[in-house]
Write a new protein. Structure first.
Length: 505
């Protein structure tokens, strides 16, 4: 059977460009895993990765029609207001004579499968959850003209409505999966996946819902991971990023597994980064990691408020977060931090705790990091426990393509006021950091030998602005309008850092 696995074009959001990716980073490997699994099952497969070729949607349609596959498998990624372009592509394909079976897989389709099949006529099926085994069964059944109704994990549109025969149980031994196909290994940093899932169930996270709506972490064996890294290193790849939602994994066994992996990869002389939870780190595991090339880290801390951490079901304490930051720095690693400054149930006191935590731990001293930490807010997305909770409370308004996003009313209007203004100011700065003619262009941050004065001034402005907004919100109920204050802040920033031009996000 001739199959095309598509990584469709992405279009940057004008308003949400700085929000943390709505799907975990490892979704960038889903297409490769689907392609390798299908090829191993004997099918003829083309992995069409437009993120590498740079094709737009029109060119992508032309290439698919030229290829004319029997099945088109799309790793459908949600990219905010532009997501509808994917569905336009599929509709145009059908209109222009494409007769193959179209199936979607990935985080977005899994969590919105009913809405997709109810509203998007060009989609024939949706793979729900982990894709490899389901998509192979789908291809085998189509090639043999067998009924699709009994395939576990496959959702279909039938005369009885939107149906799925049964949920597919995620594969316990993920060493069984073939290494993902890759269309490009020339990037300086190569993504790799050492585990799947997470053992926690945070209210804002899509990962637990993707895996049958519950905590589920599974790690590849150290030997299996080593084989893939070693083969890539032989091709000249020397820097890697483990895109696991939780690299180390739970408890003593998780650390033992990582120590074994470090022993194996140490002789390869590679470098790598990872993401993990603060409670998974200790000095011994950090020593093992650093001695094997560890250099970059994203640490999921989320809040400096105990009450917010509880509401988010984070399962980690402020003490564990501070300890993780300290021991990372002792090991020579400066962590980047995942943080939600604003959540719908925040109080002004929560914002104060967050701000104090960031200052106490010296996390507001670099402009790009400061602008991110002072502006990130909780994303309420379909399938998460937070989405269901706010919907049950009657506080959620469906928004975005197919209602995948949830707009939630804030408990405290003053917190919403601070968030609206602070997010605008931070996006103003981040937009200008991307402009080569700007005095705060991001490449200026790379010169560690000397601190650019404009970067310092912009950083100090954002820190002082946050303090000022908190003070104003706490002392008066008659606050300036958001629009009025946004205009004032733009002028202040223009004067503070001499920005030549401004492209509003």
């Amino acid at each position: 059977m001739n199959i095309c696995v598509l990584e469709h074009p992405r279009v940057r959001s004008k308003e949400r460009f700085n929000d943390i990716a709505n799907t975990p980073l490892w979704s960038c490997l889903m297409g490769g895993y689907a392609a390798s699994g299908l090829r191993s099952a004997g099918h003829d497969v083309v992995l069409m990765d437009t993120t590498v070729t740079g094709w737009d949607f029109e060119k992508t349609e032309q290439e698919i029609l030229k290829l004319s596959p029997d099945m088109l498998c799309v790793n459908a990624v949600y990219f905010w207001e532009n997501t509808g372009l994917v569905f336009d592509l599929l509709a145009n394909l059908k209109k222009d004579g494409f007769y193959g079976h179209i199936t979607l897989f990935g985080f977005f389709p899994t969590l919105a499968y009913a809405a997709i099949l109810e509203n998007i006529a060009s989609v024939d099926s949706v793979v729900v959850g982990e894709c490899e085994n389901t998509i192979i069964e789908l291809a085998d059944s189509l090639s043999k003209h067998k009924n699709l109704d009994s395939i576990a994990g496959l959702c279909l549109r039938t005369e009885h409505g939107i149906t799925i025969s049964k949920q597919r149980i995620p594969e316990q031994n993920i060493d069984k999966f073939y290494f993902p196909e890759r269309t490009n290994t020339d990037d300086q940093t190569v993504s790799i996946l050492a585990s799947r899932g997470c053992y926690n169930h945070c209210a804002f996270c899509l990962v637990p819902s993707f895996y049958n709506d519950g905590p589920l972490w599974r790690g590849r064996s150290p030997e299996n991971i080593y084989q893939e890294i070693s083969a890539l290193a032989d091709k000249g790849c020397k820097d890697f990023y483990f895109v696991d939602p939780n690299f180390i994994g739970p408890g003593k066994k998780g650390k033992e597994r990582i120590n074994k992996l470090m022993e194996l990869i140490r002789p390869l002389n590679i470098t790598f980064g990872m993401e993990t939870r603060p409670n998974d780190l200790d000095p011994n595991i950090l020593e093992s990691l650093v001695s094997s090339g560890f250099k970059t880290l994203l640490l999921g801390i989320e809040s400096g408020s105990t009450s917010v951490l509880g509401n988010l079901n984070k399962g980690a304490s402020i003490n564990s977060s501070e300890n993780a930051i300290r021991i990372c720095r002792d090991a020579g690693i400066e962590p980047e931090v995942g943080f939600l400054m604003f959540v719908p149930d925040s109080t002004l006191e929560d914002l104060e705790h967050n701000f104090e935590f960031l200052q106490k731990n010296n996390l507001l001293d670099r402009l790009e990091r400061t602008a991110n930490l002072l502006s990130h807010r909780q994303l309420v997305l379909m399938g998460t426990s937070g989405y269901r909770m706010f919907k049950k409370q009657g506080r959620l308004i469906k928004a975005g393509v197919l209602g995948f996003e949830g707009e939630v009313s804030y408990q405290d209007s003053r917190v919403k006021w601070v968030s609206d203004i602070m997010i605008h100011a931070c996006l103003f700065v981040l937009e200008n950091m991307e402009q080569p003619n700007s005095p705060i262009y991001w490449r200026l941050c790379e010169n560690e030998g000397e601190r650019n004065i404009e970067l310092v001034k912009a950083n100090d402005y954002l820190v002082k602005l946050f303090k000022r907004l908190l003070t104003d919100a706490a002392k008066t109920s008659l606050l300036p309008t958001v629009l009025e204050l946004k205009q004032v802040i733009e002028k202040e920033l223009l004067n503070t850092i001499n920005i030549i031009s401004f492209a509003s996000p």
